[in-house]
Design a protein. Structure first.
Lengths: 502, 488, 129
């Protein structure tokens, strides 16, 4: 949105690229499994590379747009790549590429369906990231919601069916509320749904009551996906039930799509000034704080590893919401950067959990004594990410927390710092025991004098599962140290925040 | 030229009956020709009619007020093209399908009745004279009664008789309404009536007339609580017939109320008809919820689709009663979308019956292994019915809700959203069974063995059309908005 | 407007109500159809009385015809059309009645419903086996 947007077909191609791998999957014969799945990975890699090519232009401050179709003046299907959207797209295409690679090694039945819908959902979320107005965003958002259903129900066990049905029910209800919000936005926005640089609604056209209702409708509609309490109910069931690469993407990207919607609403539809006027950000912040604390508390009580990680995600996504709700420079910076940071950390954690599940069949932490000795690389990566989630420097988790704390001081509300510290303590309380059990306990250690098992590197899985884990774990640290590398979150987010908080 | 669009199918019906007597195996192709010709004429007319104008044709060159006038404006042409399209697709589908349900002796009657139905529907939509409206409505009604009963088993005849015993009194009520209108204004031409109603002093007679119209057309359109005939009639009729009935006949009846309320009683719509319109809106809202809930409870696929029709009829009415251009546009676009999607779903139901004889929803578990094309088309149509972007149903829902938001009818906004929630539940339940549930032992073959192409093509044309009209609604919506704005 | 002026219309409405009552309440199908016909006839009656003028003459144009005293011919045309429609409906309905009578042997709607329900439970039971 800075400078005049250039016309470019690249956003459209980016959205359509995953469809190519979809076509490959449906058309190629089923015998050549390796070839087909490798082509899928190439498809997602190509998408990432395509998105990457836009980086220099975006860093220079350009934006790109293309109109696909239009209903009437004011309601058009338009793709616009601005810095904020690009940031989301870069993050998600990178994660998706890694997740696809991981899936090739992980998924062993009904692969066709899984990979087809992986590709479809990537396409739809890219559409969300590249949306030029709320109409387009809503369309892709709904498509993404329905497209992710087969990913959750993939295993077709009773838990999977229950979790997927719950997901669908929550999402459809949210969709109805969101429908009302978008129509209301069109009506009270004076017949347009665009993203303005400083917001596109104003009190001149609509009443205070109308705009407040509109904001809460948006918050409820997007909040189901962003797991704001009390709308989070589907998350703890969906994450354990879905296959691990899907869980990683669920936590890393799909929940973020809801948060991204809220970001767009706050920054580009309402705008900071209007938010301050309407004072609705207070409710948003309160809900976020409640979610952060309660989710961390719930995480303590879970023995199932993936459920614990799911509750952790619920809390962490609310960090983002809290950062936005602070309405300050550093708060926004921290919140937006946490979008990527959490995705990387939690993604790696879920992928490690997947390796454990695949290799040993163990789901519960209590069963995982000494597992660090059998799968050292996996568990070291896990530990790195877990420490990052707690906020240990020099990891990305530390950066997010530092910025959020600064933002709280800027806002003049030190209570947020207390929330952040409490949450950090609770995170330590539910992450450290896992590391402890993995490395400092072992099978049969109740017996006096039993020897510590040797580290054994032979059990580790093949490269398709390990490469994504190692890459993500390394990134967690590198991104925390070399922050200002172009392409890393800071370079993009600082531009966005710089414009909004001019 | 518009007159030929209407007379060709009617004349064709006569010709087809002769053809059927002489050479029965030419029947399906022969029946296609008149409708195809109508369709071509309709396409030629598209460019000719601006969105705020109309074409007028006087029968026999007798001018008004003595003669009968046909008025084809943008809305009418829109519906006429839909009628041609659905009629053609149903006929193509029938070629293979209808042998399953109709005995050889009645084939001719079937094709004749379908042509009469199509011609009658087009005449109804294009009519500019109110008595002409009645005559065409009767043609439509008689053909529908016949088509419901065509399979001649006792259930069908009972359903058709129930339809008749509710539809015929409704026709009489409408006739009485016309009589009252004539009594109060002395004219039968719709354009003239619009002027004369304002000058007429007979307020009570006009209000009574409007109420009679609403009741009469309400029965035909299955407005709650006058819907009792619909579930049986639409579920027992042969699937292509159900497609036409649900997709066209009920909607054209709603269009009848639209014409009466906007073209005849306007601009006095407000003070003469406001009470009735409010009652209408309440009943429509009740119908939306009732239809949705009943659809959830059904075990038979076609019964569920029939109750779903009742729900969607309520949607269209809620668009009409919003009294603004957006609501009206939403109502018209929903006629398009519901017609396409519901017809597609009924034809898919027909496919399931054709291949396996399955009518119950439970039997559809795991259906996608054997019939993937049908299942995917059904899925697309279901998405459109629920209103998921980027289908036509989404656009129509958008305008329906926008119209009611603009009018401040918050209750109806909630009702519309609730209705789409219910729709999501009953539609997705079927999709879940079809795609994500394993089939019963030996119910389905693991390799695809779907219906023949002559049946698949109409299904897929309809399914693709729902997405096409969602993505490219810009072709139609601006003109619809203008045309609707003129009526308000 | 008092009844002495509108007795024709009132009579038509009375007939209409009688017809509607019969359609709804009677159990015998043929009686329902007769009720339907009464309704239709009452509306035709209503139409014709619309066009009636006191001491009117037949609406034939010709030498010495006085237009102001003619009965209005338009409703009569409408009624002719309506009669055709009514005949069509009745014929169709009667053919359905014949089919039902052949199948069920009775014209009583309650009995037909009972027999039909028995049929259906029978069929459901067979399908279950």
């Amino acid at each position: 949105m800075q400078g005049k947007p250039f016309f470019s077909v690249i956003p459209l191609i980016g959205i359509l690229l995953p469809w190519v791998s979809l076509l490959i999957l449906t058309l190629m014969p089923s015998r050549s499994r390796k070839a087909r799945l490798s082509l899928c990975f190439l498809g997602s890699a190509a998408t990432f590379v395509l998105v990457l090519t836009l980086l220099p232009g975006i860093l220079d401050g350009h934006s790109y747009t293309i109109k696909i179709a239009s209903v009437v003046q004011g309601l058009e299907l338009r793709l616009t790549v601005d810095t904020l959207g690009y940031y989301f797209a870069l993050m998600l295409s990178f994660l998706w590429m890694l997740a696809t690679l991981y899936s090739i090694g992980y998924i062993d039945h009904k692969e066709n369906r899984f990979f087809i819908f992986m590709a479809l959902v990537e396409s739809f979320i890219l559409g969300c990231a590249f949306s030029g107005n709320m109409f387009t965003y809503f369309i892709f958002y709904e498509l993404m919601t329905f497209g992710s259903y087969p990913l959750i129900v993939h295993e077709e066990t009773r838990e999977a069916r229950y979790a997927a049905t719950k997901y669908l029910v929550y999402s459809i209800a949210a969709g109805a509320v969101l429908f009302f919000a978008v129509v209301g936005n069109y009506f009270w926005g004076g017949g347009q749904l665009g993203f303005g640089q400083y917001g596109s609604l104003s009190l001149d056209i609509a009443s205070r009551a109308a705009l407040t209702t509109l904001f809460f409708a948006y918050l409820a509609g997007f909040g189901v996906k962003a797991a704001i309490m009390p709308l989070h109910g589907w998350v703890p069931d969906a994450h354990p039930a879905a296959p691990s690469p899907a869980s990683a993407l669920l936590s890393g990207v799909i929940l973020k799509a809801g948060a991204f919607g809220i970001i767009r609403v706050v920054f580009n539809i309402f705008g900071i000034e209007l938010m301050r006027e309407l004072k609705v950000f207070i409710v948003m912040a309160v809900l976020a704080c409640i979610t952060i604390v309660l989710a961390s508390l719930f995480a303590l009580t879970q023995d199932n590893l993936k459920r614990r990680l799911a509750y952790s995600s619920i809390g962490q996504v609310s960090y983002i919401i809290l950062g936005i709700a602070m309405l300050t420079h550093d708060g926004g910076l921290g919140g937006l950067m946490h979008l990527t940071h959490h995705a990387i950390m939690k993604g790696c954690l879920f992928l490690c959990a997947g390796v454990i599940l695949l290799k040993t069949g163990k789901r519960n932490i209590s069963e995982m004594r000494g597992i660090g000795y059998q799968y050292p690389i996996t568990m070291i990566a896990f530990s790195v990410c877990a420490l990052a989630m707690i906020g240990t420097p020099p990891s990305v988790g530390f950066i997010s927390k530092w910025l959020l704390g600064n933002g709280a001081l800027e806002a003049g509300l030190p209570v947020y710092i207390i929330i952040l510290l409490t949450s950090a303590l609770l995170s330590a309380a539910y992450f450290l025991p896992i590391i402890y059990v993995a490395f400092f306990r072992w099978e049969g250690d109740e017996i006096e004098g039993s020897a510590r098992p040797k580290l054994s590197f032979t059990n580790e899985s093949d490269y398709r599962l390990m490469v994504p884990i190692i890459v993500l774990a390394i990134l967690v640290v590198i991104m925390g140290i070399w922050i200002t590398v172009p392409g890393f979150p800071y370079s993009l987010v600082s531009k966005v925040i710089g414009v909004i908080f001019h | 030229m518009a007159i030929f669009m209407i007379t060709l199918p009617l004349l064709g019906a006569v010709l087809v009956s002769i053809v059927g007597y002489l050479k029965p195996h030419w029947l399906p192709w022969g029946a296609l020709v008149p409708l195809l010709a109508s369709g071509v004429l309709g396409c030629m007319l598209i460019g000719r009619i601006p969105s705020d104008g109309y074409i007028s044709y006087h029968l026999g060159n007798w001018s008004v007020p003595l003669g009968i006038e046909l008025r084809v404006d943008y809305l009418a042409l829109f519906l006429m093209l839909l009628i041609c399209a659905l009629g053609l697709l149903a006929l193509i589908f029938s070629r293979r399908y209808i042998v399953k349900e109709v005995s050889a002796g009645r084939m001719t009657a079937y094709y004749v009745l379908i042509l009469l139905l199509s011609g009658g529907l087009m005449g109804f939509v294009a009519s500019g004279d109110i008595f002409n409206l009645f005559v065409f409505m009767e043609i439509v009604a008689l053909s529908s009664y016949g088509l419901v009963a065509i399979s001649a088993n006792s259930r069908a005849v009972r359903a058709a008789l129930r339809y008749l015993l509710m539809g015929a009194p409704a026709s009489i009520i409408i006739l009485l309404g016309i009589a009252l209108l004539y009594m109060a204004t002395g004219s039968l031409n719709m354009a003239e009536l619009a002027g004369r109603i304002g000058q007429s002093g007979y307020r009570e007679i006009l209000i009574a007339s409007f109420v009679l119209f609403v009741v009469g057309f309400g029965v035909k359109a299955a407005l709650f609580p006058l819907h009792l005939w619909l579930p049986d009639a639409h579920s027992i009729a042969p699937s292509p017939v159900s497609a036409l009935l649900s997709g066209l006949v009920v909607e054209v009846s709603i269009f009848g109320i639209l014409r009466i309320a906007y073209s005849v009683f306007t601009p006095h719509v407000g003070n003469l008809t406001s009470a009735t319109s409010n009652a209408l809106a309440v009943l429509a809202a009740a119908g939306v919820i009732f239809g949705g809930v009943m659809a959830l409870l059904q075990k038979d696929l076609k019964l569920m689709l029939a109750y779903s029709t009742i729900s969607h009829v309520g949607y269209i009415f809620l668009g009409l009663t919003a009294f603004n251009a957006e609501g009206l546009t939403g109502a018209m676009y929903h006629m398009l979308d519901h017609g396409l999607a519901k017809a597609c779903m009924f034809l898919c139901a027909g496919s399931f019956i054709y291949i396996k004889g399955f009518r119950r929803i439970e039997d559809l578990k795991g259906a996608w292994r054997q019939m993937p094309w049908t299942c995917f088309a059904f899925g697309l149509a279901a998405f459109s019915l629920v209103g998921i972007p980027p289908t036509a149903g989404f656009i129509s829902k958008w305008y329906l809700i926008l119209g009611n938001v603009k009018a401040g009818n918050w209750v109806y906004v909630v009702v519309l959203l609730l209705g789409s929630l219910l729709g999501a539940f009953y539609c997705f339940r079927i999709l879940y069974y079809m795609f994500f549930q394993p089939g019963k032992e030996g119910a389905w073959t693991p390799r695809p063995a779907d219906v023949p192409p002559s049946m698949l093509i109409p299904i897929w044309i309809l399914a693709v059309a729902t997405v096409f009209f969602g993505l490219f609604s810009g072709l139609v919506i601006p003109s619809l908005l203008k045309a609707a704005g003129l009526l308000i | 407007m008092n009844l002495s002026h509108n007795y024709l219309y009132a009579a038509a409405m009375l007939l209409f109500c009688i017809g509607l009552y019969n359609v709804i309440v009677r159990r015998n199908i043929v009686k329902k159809l007769i009720g339907l016909n009464i309704m239709e006839t009452s509306v035709f009656f209503f139409y014709i009385s619309l066009g009636y003028t006191r001491n009117g003459v037949a609406p034939v144009a010709g030498a010495g015809a006085d237009p102001t005293r003619m009965v209005n011919p338009v409703p009569q045309v409408l009624v002719l059309t309506g009669i055709i429609v009514a005949v069509g409906v009745t014929a169709l309905a009667l053919s359905m009645v014949i089919l039902l009578h052949r199948k069920y042997g009775t014209l009583d709607t309650d009995q037909i419903m009972r027999m039909a329900r028995q049929e259906e439970t029978q069929a459901a039971r067979e399908e279950g086996n």
